[in-house]
Design a protein around this ligand. Structure first.
Ligand code: SAJ
Length: 399
């Protein structure tokens, strides 16, 4: 008989994970504090745009193996997939992890496995999850397994990567690691790699910092090349023909709730050593301001310029606007006097502050086209079709 599982947090990680496990035959209770999310999932609907997730959730709910609830229930395995944002001073905010741990504490019994999938500062699995549980339930010390297995899936490819990616699993002790490794091996086709909790925590932060540092390099090059009147996209594609060079793509800045956040957890833990990691964050955070300066400069040629913005999500082909540099730029432009700002995004649905217009209308009415996201529907646009317009292409989509 398959284990019963309680997944806490039904967001971008928890919902796909809960649904996948349900379709693999586990009895899954998905828990979220938002009653609207719970109702919508129980009706077989999804509140997130992710390819094929709607089909997976529907089939998980219809099979009877996935039920959403507002409160945790007893289970063999608990998976915590709650957000870990940062505070205004860039210090990690782990209160959701602590709240989720407290919420499950009364439902836990001897022999249970508790897994933290949220990205967390080094030491959190031990200092928050284990400490809170043993504090509230001292009789369970040495009788439950606790491990960190950081999620690694790429928004836009979550369902494939949930199964195919290698996983890093680190327990608070050897027995916890072994239990958690055995569990992931039941449904992951990638390798499941065993370590300790602290190393697993740092490995996850390192993966996202690696990408942040490399995107910062590309973004820095884009600003240098602009000053030197060199086409950065052509230059990078030429440099990348070297067998050991692989530069990423410049853009309007780095967004999302992961890469723009997680490096700060390393900086907060070791501020005196994390110099490159901090600078990369600063370079990427500066890029939207640089784009705004470009727009301001070009706008000077018009009496009352109309800026047509293409895309507001944090990256191509997702609906997620969290920490989106494109949205930051659009909102800053809207706050500037003397210009009109028109916006299109084929996927974003949850913007309340302004209206989204059809792409053809935005292009037709704009003096300056500002490409902020390289969504698929935009890729049919060509430099030739926009030749009447002034174009600022932060993604190199039209080159
Ligand atoms: N970006 C660029 N240039 C690039 C690549 C990305 O400007 O060449 C920008 C994107 O437009 C976006 C941001 O970086 O604003 C982040 O996008 P992304 O696709 O690199 O990453 P995320 O945030 O969607 O997902 C990352 C992934 N981590 C790594 O690739 C190391 C994913 O595997 C993680 O699971 C996820 O963070 C997470 O949840 O931690």
């Amino acid at each position: 008989m398959k284990s019963s599982i309680c997944v806490i947090g039904l967001g971008y990680i928890g919902l796909p994970t809960a649904s996948l496990l349900a379709t693999k035959g586990y009895k899954v209770t998905g828990v979220d504090i938002n009653p609207r999310v719970v109702d919508s999932i129980n009706q077989g609907n999804v509140h997130i745009v992710e390819p094929d997730l709607d089909v997976l959730v529907r089939s998980a709910v219809n099979s009877g193996n996935l039920v959403a609830a507002n409160e945790p229930v007893r289970a063999d395995i608990f998976i915590l997939a709650v957000p870990t944002p940062f505070l205004a001073d860039k210090q990690p905010d782990t209160h959701h992890v602590e709240a989720a741990t407290r919420a499950i504490s009364a439902e836990i019994a001897e022999g249970n496995l508790i897994i933290l999938e949220s990205t967390v500062p080094v030491g959190t699995t031990e200092a928050i999850v284990a400490h809170t549980l043993f504090d509230l339930r001292p009789e369970l010390r040495d009788k439950i397994a606790i491990a960190h297995c950081p999620e690694r899936v790429l928004p836009g490819q979550i369902l494939r990567e949930l199964i195919e990616n290698d996983r890093v699993v680190g327990g608070i002790d050897a027995r916890s690691t072994e239990r958690a490794v055995d569990f992931y091996r039941e449904f992951v086709s990638g390798e499941v790699l065993a370590t300790d909790a602290r190393t697993a925590e740092m490995a996850k932060l390192t993966e996202n910092s690696f990408r942040d540092v490399n995107i910062a390099f590309a973004n820095e090059l884009s600003m240098i090349c602009d000053a030197l009147k060199i086409n950065v996209w052509e230059m990078i594609s030429l440099a990348n023909r070297h067998p050991r060079v692989n530069i990423l793509n410049p853009g309007p800045g780095v967004g999302g709730h992961c890469i723009a956040v997680d490096p700060w957890f390393i900086v907060a833990s070791a501020p005196e050593h994390a110099r490159l990691i901090r600078t990369a964050r600063e370079v990427n955070d500066h890029k939207p301001h640089w784009v705004l300066d470009k727009v301001r400069h070009k706008a000077e040629r018009f009496k009352r310029p109309v800026i047509g913005c293409l895309g507001i999500t944090f990256k191509a082909d997702v609906d997620d606007i969290r920490e989106s540099p494109a949205l930051e730029i659009v909102q800053a432009l809207m706050a500037m006097p003397g210009m009109d700002v028109l916006v299109n995004d084929p996927y974003a649905t949850r913007v309340q502050a302004f209206d989204l217009l059809p792409v053809d209308e935005v292009i037709q009415r704009a003096d300056i086209i500002l490409v902020l996201v390289d969504h698929k529907p935009y890729r049919k646009l060509s430099a030739a079709s926009l030749k009447e317009k002034m174009v600022i292409d932060t993604r190199g989509m039209l080159v």
